[in-house]
Design a protein around this ligand. Structure first.
Ligand code: GAR
Length: 190
């Protein structure tokens, strides 16, 4: 079984979708380690509830930076756990060379827009503010840029006239939960 490591900063609904796909037998994988830069993130609790090791990443007090030492430590912990593929699931720091080099072509991210449109933070709000009529989500390989790596899968959703940032995000998340497990299957051939 493919050993997955998951990095997240928030609620972890995408990690839950991956777990659900594993449980229903549609994804031949297991999540062996969950790491979060936010000790209060619900993703940690979700993981612990089902007996998955879940640990906090120390980012040295920086709000946004992902210091090199922290990335090296994360790489080491993932390797120690036997992780073969890393899934960023709502992880809000930019992964750079120390971690990228440890898992070449083995780190995926889910982003809430049809990249290359609306990279960066709160992509769903960017779409609403921009008056877009369509948005969606993208699973892509992570490279050294911000939301720039090769695309694996995308799904579209309409933006409706009365959408708020939240209502669009909710519609996008339904598709995220469908395509993330599928993208892992595609990439890993499992
Ligand atoms: C997801 O919508 C994901 O696409 C987004 O954060 C949310 C996390 O939700 N990621 C980014 O914006 C990355 N820049 P979750 O914690 O419930 O999976």
């Amino acid at each position: 079984k493919l050993k997955l490591g998951v990095l997240g900063s928030g609620s972890g609904s995408n990690m839950q979708a991956i777990l659900d796909a594993i449980d229903d037998g549609s994804l031949q994988a297991e999540i062996v380690l969950v790491l979060s830069d936010n000790e209060d993130a619900y993703i940690l609790e979700r993981a612990r509830k089902v007996g998955i090791a879940a640990e906090v990443i120390d980012c040295g007090g920086y709000a946004q930076r992902f210091p090199e030492a922290s990335q090296l430590e994360v790489a080491q912990r993932l390797k120690q756990a036997g992780v073969e593929m890393v899934c960023l699931a709502g992880f809000m720091r930019l992964v750079k060379s120390p971690l990228l080099d440890a898992f070449p072509q083995r780190i995926l991210n889910i982003h809430p827009s049809l990249l290359p449109a609306y990279p960066g933070l709160m992509a769903w709000k960017q779409a609403v503010d921009d008056g877009a009529t369509e948005s969606g989500c993208t699973v892509h390989y992570v490279d050294a840029g911000m939301d720039t790596g090769p695309i694996v899968l995308q799904a579209k959703v309409p933006v409706l006239g009365d959408d708020t940032a939240d209502s669009l995000h909710a519609r996008i998340q339904v598709e995220e939960h469908r395509i993330y497990p599928e993208a892992i299957r595609v990439v890993a051939g499992v």
